[in-house]
Design a protein around this ligand. Structure first.
Ligand code: FES
Ligand SMILES: [Fe+2]
Length: 405
């Protein structure tokens, strides 16, 4: 298969601007998890298409606004999440759920505000916000598909997979010196894992074993890519750093192996969101263009949010999520805590390894630049990269049509 995107797509500031208009401003973008917005006055801050957006719970209702105060344009929120009324930290203007400043200190000193309707004109810029299970999305375009239409066939599965998650086990962020499509494409193929992941996925693996790994398409839901990698989670679990606690958990679980197996079955029965026809592996949701969400049979999830910062820089935020453990017995809880620590550690190593590979690709694209004769090749294992590129070109079609030939 031919690679469909030439190097210009990964280097050009003009194409990145067009992507902002054609893709990131038009489509629903993941903003955060509803567990962080559970209580009235909980809020999160998200970067949507290069714009800061604050999502706030107003007495149970979610609203999304530009993070810019109408008074003299201070950012209202400066942390990723928090709790409190929507109040600007500069002069304490406080906004209601319509985005209108209802609390203005020394209000009678603003002569313009005596006019009827003047206050409403100061309303914050408001965006569409909706949720699928525990996943909260924002859309900057005034018109467009509903979130349910956008997620299509993935909607029920994403809803089931995300609803039970209540706790962030671990969270970290990177800035990667690479175009966002380099980063996304890397998440869509396993061909690189022997070479790039010697400490995680690819540990002790050769290419013959790699070829036998099964990846099953779960759903056909263009432009999203959903698949189940059946055995990859079992390939090389990487233990977390040794602490007294992890050591005790490990000893406990290895001494009582039968109990461990029972615990595994018990957890699967109680926490598996029903996505798994067979045991093992993980279901990966690649929500177009830039949001990845994976969930294992034990109900543990990993969320990767990729935010393009420029044509050649991408931020990735990784969160490992866990469900509530209240229905589990003691051994099942110990197993889950162990797996939470293991999975979080495993994710960190994988992302570390991928960052280096992504940055090497970006440097290579630079060196080759427009002189590249062939646009590259894709193997069968990389067919999902081809699909992503096809969806991407379709989404960009309006822009392409408008470009001078
Ligand atoms: S800039 Fe926000 S209250 Fe003054
Ligand atoms: Fe990787």
């Amino acid at each position: 298969m031919q690679n469909l995107l030439n190097p210009e797509y990964y280097l050009s500031a003009e194409i990145w601007q067009a992507e902002r208009e054609q893709i990131f401003s038009k489509l629903w973008q993941y903003a955060g998890h509803a567990a962080q917005l559970a209580q009235p006055n909980d809020w999160i801050l998200a970067n949507i298409a290069g714009r800061e957006v604050v999502v706030q719970n107003f007495a149970g209702e979610l609203r999304a606004f530009s993070n810019v105060c109408s008074h003299r344009f201070s950012a209202i929120r400066s942390k990723p999440c928090g709790h409190g009324p929507l109040q600007c930290p500069y002069h304490h203007w406080t906004y209601n759920k319509e985005g209108v400043p209802r609390g203005i200190p020394l209000r009678n000193q603003f002569s313009e505000l005596a006019d009827p309707g003047a206050i409403e004109k100061l309303a914050l810029e408001r965006w569409a916000v909706d949720r699928c299970g525990g996943l909260v999305f924002v859309r900057l375009a005034r018109e467009g598909q509903s979130l349910r239409e956008f997620l299509g066939a993935t909607y029920p599965a994403m809803q089931a997979a995300s609803e039970s998650l209540i706790k962030v086990v671990r969270e970290f962020e990177y800035t990667i010196e690479a175009n966002w499509k380099v980063v996304i494409q890397n998440t869509l193929e396993l061909y690189h894992i022997v070479a790039v992941h010697p400490r995680s996925f690819g540990k002790g693996m050769n290419y013959k074993q790699l070829a036998s790994l099964r990846q099953v398409d779960e759903l056909v839901a263009p432009p999203h890519i959903v698949y189940r990698a059946e055995s990859i989670a079992a390939v090389a679990p990487t233990p977390p750093p040794v602490t007294l606690r992890t050591l005790l958990q490990r000893i406990l679980l290895s001494i009582i192996r039968p109990a461990r197996n029972m615990a595994n079955d018990g957890v699967r029965r109680k926490l598996n969101p029903g996505l798994f026809s067979r045991a093992g592996g993980a279901v990966h949701f690649g929500i177009f263009p830039c949001f990845n969400f994976a969930i294992s049979g034990l109900g543990l999830a990993t969320e990767l949010v990729y935010t393009p910062l420029s044509a050649e820089r991408t931020r990735v935020r990784v969160r490992n999520w866990a469900p509530g453990l209240q229905n589990l017995n003691l051994i099942e809880k110990a197993l889950m805590r162990w797996r939470q620590a293991t999975d979080a550690n495993f994710t960190r190593i994988i992302v570390d390894e991928d960052v280096l590979a992504n940055e090497a690709v970006q440097r290579g694209l630079h060196n080759k630049g427009a002189t590249l004769l062939s646009s590259g090749l894709l193997s069968e294992d990389e067919h999902k990269v081809h699909r992503f590129q096809t969806f991407y070109l379709e989404a960009m079609a309006a822009h392409e049509a408008a470009r001078p030939s």
